[in-house]
Design a protein around this ligand. Structure first.
Ligand SMILES: C[S@@+](CC[C@H](N)C(=O)[O-])C[C@H]1O[C@@H](n2cnc3c(N)ncnc32)[C@H](O)[C@@H]1O
Length: 258
C-alpha cells in the first residue's frame, strides 16, 4: 500500500514538474514575441520621429528664408510637405520666373507668392477645383499681403480630351496665354481617377518657356508611375531630375534653344 501511494505521489510530482516546464517554455515564447513586437514598434516610431524632425527642420528653414509675418498654413497630409515646399521655393528664388502655374492651391501658393514678392516680379496662377478650398487659399494670401502676387483660379474638374482619351482635369480656360516658366503639379487628387495628373503634360508642359521647369510632387506614389512614364515618352528632350523628399519629387526642365 505504501509503495502504491509513493508511486502515485511520484507520478503526480512528475506531472507537476512537466506541467511547470511546459508553462515556462510557453511563457518564454510569449515573452520573446512581445519583445519582438515592442522592438518593431519602437523602430517604426524612431523612423517616424526622424521624419518628423527633418520636416520640422525644413519648415524652420522655409520660415527663415521666406519673409512671412505668420506661420505657414498647415503642411503635410493633404498639403505639400516642408521638404517639397523648400525645393520649389529655392527654385522660384533662383530662377525668378515670370509666370508660375500650379495645379492645386494651398500652402504652396503662399510659399511661391512670397518668393515672387522677394524677387520683385512674377505671378502665380493656381488652379483649384474646390471652390471652398480656393477661398481658403485666397484668405491665406490676403492675411500675408500676398494677393497681388498670386491668383487662385476656381477651375472645376471637367472632361478633357487628350487624343482618344478622356480625363477629368482642371477647366484652365482662365489661365493667361503667356509662356510658363515654372509648373507645380500637386493635383488633382489621385482619387479623381487613373492618371489624374497626366493632362498637365499635354495641357501645360507644351506651353513651357525655354529653360522652364516642372516640379511634380508625390512622385514616389505608385499611382503616379504611369503618368511619369507618359510624360517621359512625350517630352523626351526634357531633362529629368529626382529630388529626395518624403513624397518624392521629380523635375522636368525644358532645355534652352541653342
Ligand atoms: C493635393 S493638396 C495640395 C495643395 C497645395 N499644393 C499645398 O501645398 O497645400 C490640395 C488639394 O486637395 C484637396 N483637399 C484638401 N484637403 C482635402 C481633404 N481633407 N479631403 C479631400 N480633398 C482635400 C483640395 O481641394 C486641393 O485641391
Amino acid at each position: 500500500m505504501d509503495v502504491l501511494l509513493e508511486s502515485i505521489i511520484l507520478v503526480i510530482l512528475l506531472f507537476i514538474v512537466l506541467l511547470l516546464a511546459y508553462c515556462f517554455h510557453k511563457i518564454r515564447r510569449i515573452d520573446n514575441n512581445i519583445s519582438e513586437i515592442l522592438f518593431r514598434v519602437m523602430k517604426i516610431q524612431r523612423t517616424d520621429l526622424v521624419d518628423i524632425f527633418q520636416q520640422r527642420q525644413n519648415l524652420d528653414i522655409l520660415q527663415h528664408e521666406l519673409s512671412l509675418t505668420r506661420p505657414l498654413p498647415p503642411t503635410r497630409g493633404w498639403a505639400a510637405s516642408p521638404d517639397f515646399l523648400l525645393i520649389i521655393a529655392r527654385h522660384a528664388s533662383e530662377a525668378k520666373p515670370d509666370t508660375v502655374v500650379e495645379c492645386s492651391s494651398g500652402t504652396s501658393t503662399v510659399v511661391l507668392a512670397s518668393c515672387l514678392r522677394e524677387n520683385g516680379k512674377g505671378h502665380v496662377y493656381s488652379l483649384e477645383n474646390d471652390k471652398a478650398f480656393a477661398e481658403t487659399t485666397r484668405s491665406h494670401l490676403e492675411r500675408e499681403g500676398l494677393s497681388e502676387w498670386a491668383t487662385v483660379l476656381h477651375a472645376p474638374l471637367v472632361r478633357q480630351d487628350v487624343g482618344e482619351r478622356q480625363f477629368s482635369w482642371y477647366d484652365h480656360q482662365n489661365l493667361p496665354d503667356s509662356a510658363i516658366d515654372m509648373i507645380i503639379v500637386d493635383g488633382p487628387p489621385h482619387l479623381v481617377g487613373n492618371m489624374a495628373r497626366y493632362p498637365a503634360g499635354p495641357k501645360l508642359f507644351t506651353r513651357l518657356a525655354d529653360g522652364g521647369t516642372v516640379f511634380a510632387d508625390d512622385a514616389d506614389r505608385s499611382e503616379e508611375e504611369a503618368t511619369l512614364a507618359a510624360w517621359r515618352q512625350e517630352f523626351p528632350t526634357f531633362q529629368e531630375g529626382y529630388h529626395y523628399c518624403e513624397k518624392g519629387c521629380i523635375s522636368f526642365r525644358k532645355p534652352d534653344t541653342p
